[in-house]
Ligand binder design. Structure first.
Ligand code: PRT
Ligand code: ZN
Length: 289
């Protein structure tokens, strides 16, 4: 295969938990490429970028060595050792936590009580660091997968594994007792390559940030009696200057504003209390800041 030398080479997970969401994220940012299963790489239409589909564990190494310019992986993968890649952007998906857990019936309630015991994990570097920095001496048992089964098999007293909904831990009769770290997907880059392809890299980052900003906000339009305008303006956090236009009905105005999704329901409640009616909420496709 021949990859464009000046193109950006971006590695994403071929098949796994981050694949579908990452492809959607890139598509939302306007990058069009083929992504059917057998493909190892795709060239984007209308933007000089190649997407490479790899095992997630291989992505940090390939970015560090410069084999690819950038990659999208869980930050958990980076924590196992990756000197040569910079984190360029923290993304708003792929959320999970590395948690220490013990069998439900275990008397252990805190990590301190695991002193001189064994902990099985697929994340030995971060787990070892965690116990060391907390001054707790444990034996770490590195395993390649399915850490949750270790206590049942008598291999370890505890596990450290990723949790998102928590149902796998519950299913395996495990009780989480501590969080080692929180993780999300991140965009990483090879510092030298990003410098060399700065113009393209900036364009890529602007597009990705535009999608993230759009996902964070909603566009709200509402009808407000003119007398209630001060209260409504005060109800929208961070709103400096809403767009206010007169309605045909005397004494009424239409107000539109951008609202953060995280405080959305709270804001809507306060808007209603302040006198807003006919509140219309629209998604924002892209927001270039
Ligand atoms: O084949 P490849 O090596 O590329 O993939 P992989 O099997 O190593 O990774 P994959 O696809 O399982 O996960 C990719 C990334 O998704 C991880 O590196 C994390 O950044 C992120 N992620 C988010 C998760 C989870 N949530 C998650 N819940 N990765 C794994 N899990 C596992 C966890 O290990 C446990 O077995 O899901 C189970 C727990 O899930 P809940 O929902 O029951 O708590
Ligand atoms: Zn993997």
């Amino acid at each position: 295969m021949v990859l464009g030398k000046l193109n950006i080479k971006l590695a994403i997970q071929k098949e796994g938990r981050l694949s579908e969401r990452t492809i959607r994220f890139l598509t939302d940012a306007g990058f069009e490429f083929d992504s059917y299963k057998q493909r190892l790489f795709s060239t984007c239409r209308g933007f000089p970028m190649e997407i490479l589909f790899l095992r997630d564990d291989d992505i940090p190494g390939f970015v560090s060595s410069g084999a690819v310019d950038m990659g999208i992986v869980g930050s958990n993968v980076l924590r196992e050792g990756n000197a040569g890649a910079d984190t360029l952007l923290t993304l708003n998906y792929g959320f999970c936590r590395l948690m220490v857990a013990v069998p439900k019936e275990s008397p252990v309630r805190s990590v301190e009580e695991l002193a001189e015991k064994t902990v099985a994990t697929t994340y030995p570097v971060a787990t070892r660091d965690y116990f060391k920095s907390n001054g707790i001496s444990v034996s770490i048992i590195p395993i390649a997968g399915s850490a949750e089964i270790s206590p049942t098999l008598g291999i370890a007293d505890a596990v450290a594994d990723l949790v998102s909904t928590g149902s796998t831990m519950a299913l395996n009769d495990l009780r989480p007792i501590a969080t080692v770290y929180e993780s999300s997907a991140v965009l990483i880059g090879n510092p030298a390559s990003v410098r060399a392809k700065r113009v393209l890299a900036d364009q890529l980052l602007t597009r990705l940030k535009g999608v993230m900003a759009a996902e964070t906000y909603k566009y709200v339009i509402m009808n407000v009696p003119r007398s209630a305008l001060p209260g409504v303006t005060a109800a929208v956090p961070g709103l400096k200057s809403p767009t206010v236009s007169p309605l045909a009905e005397p004494g009424w105005v239409s107000v539109s504003a951008v609202v953060t999704e995280s405080v959305f329901w709270d804001t809507v409640r306060r808007l209603k209390e302040a006198g807003a009616t006919g509140i219309l909420v629209l998604p924002i496709e892209k927001m270039i800041v």
